[in-house]
Design a protein around this ligand. Structure first.
Ligand SMILES: NC(=O)c1ccc[n+]([C@@H]2O[C@H](COP(=O)([O-])OP(=O)(O)OC[C@H]3O[C@@H](n4cnc5c(N)ncnc54)[C@H](OP(=O)(O)O)[C@@H]3O)[C@@H](O)[C@H]2O)c1
Length: 301
């Protein structure tokens, strides 16, 4: 039996679905069992468990062959100290791994997590890796995922209304766009059949590196919007825009730091691109299946 934390989220749900489809027993953990109901209908045992409660997580982890450990959510826009939130979640997961006796963990981390500083929210994932990897007797595989393709979905409204996609990234910098469903599937596969020992790191770099300029071309083609352009926002404007949307100073600082780290190549992929570090879904397929239908959908409300 495998335990999937964050089963109500994107990568966790995909990990649970992969394992269920492959015939494994899955215990799906999220804050609300009700929100995991569809996994229950597919055969998962669902546990409504507060991820910040180490005792509850310990019970959920008991008897597992392995667990998928993820700090959720991606980020909390108005949080005054998101790093402290990440540390609390990491401490809870680590305590539960220690107390439950689980020996195999696949954890979600990020490209750039090698660095202790200068990477925005990825710093919390660096600390998560360090903390959990010190538990004696645990084999931990850290999936250092690239830039989530789903981040592009945040641009749909501006693309439709202003024919523009703006972000702080240099238009030609190569980005390892990876889909959350590919990450989750790989997490499930590694739990079921992986043979790593001790602490290992595996970057998930997507199908290929793609620049923002190329992505916007793919989107323009898919939604037949010839006038769609990419605009690189300055870090100061990006920060101000986030603040105007109610994002806390702490989170806006972190997000701007991501832009800086990526543009300077401080955050970059470091493992060779191979079959193991690559994932199947191309940016074209993601845009066609996930971005374009939402772009075309009539606006709600
Ligand atoms: N974005 C990127 O490019 C990128 C790249 C590499 C790594 N990452 C990492 O990926 C992880 C996110 O993974 P994911 O995409 O699978 O998660 P996710 O889909 O963002 O998680 C969403 C879930 O988080 C839970 N949640 C929402 N608000 C919460 C709160 N205030 N407190 C606790 N839980 C809350 C909810 O689940 P329940 O209600 O069911 O509990 C919700 O369904 C983060 O650690 C992020 O740093 C992101």
């Amino acid at each position: 039996m495998f335990v999937i934390t964050g089963a109500g989220g994107r990568t966790g749900r995909a990990a649970a679905l992969y394992l269920l489809a492959a015939g494994y027993r899955v215990r799906a953990v999220g804050r609300s069992a009700q929100r995991l109901a569809d996994l229950a209908t597919r055969g998962a045992e669902v546990w409504g468990t507060d991820p910040m409660d180490p005792a509850a997580l310990t019970s959920a982890f008991r008897g597992a062959e392995g667990i998928y450990a993820v700090i959720q959510p991606n980020y909390i826009p108005d949080h005054p100290d998101f790093g402290a939130f990440q540390d609390q979640a990491a401490a809870s997961l680590t305590k539960a791994v220690t107390e439950s006796g689980v020996t195999r963990v696949v954890g979600l981390s990020s490209w750039g997590a090698r660095h202790p500083k200068g990477t925005g929210p990825v710093m919390g994932l660096h600390r998560f890796e360090r903390r959990l990897s010190t538990v004696p007797g645990v084999d931990a595989l850290w999936l250092r995922a690239g830039y989530f393709a789903e981040n592009l979905l945040d641009h749909i409204d501006t693309a439709r209304a202003h024919h523009r996609i703006s972000a702080p990234f240099d238009p030609d910098i190569p980005l390892p766009f990876v889909t959350t469903s590919d990450i989750g599937a790989r997490a499930g596969e590694e739990l079921a059949t992986g043979t790593w020992h001790g602490t290992e790191v595996l970057e998930l770099q997507g199908e290929r590196d793609v620049s923002m300029r190329e992505v916007v071309g793919v989107i323009a083609n898919a939604v037949r919007a010839d006038s769609l352009t990419y605009e690189q926002t300055s870090l100061a404007d990006f920060h101000a825009e986030l603040r105007s949307k109610g994002v806390s100073v702490d989170v806006a600082d972190m997000m701007a730091e991501v832009g800086e780290a990526v543009n300077s190549r401080y955050t970059r992929t470091e493992q060779p691109r191979t079959a193991r570090t690559s994932t199947p879904t191309s940016i074209e397929r993601f845009i066609e299946e996930e971005f374009a239908p939402r772009y075309r959908a009539p606006r709600r409300g």
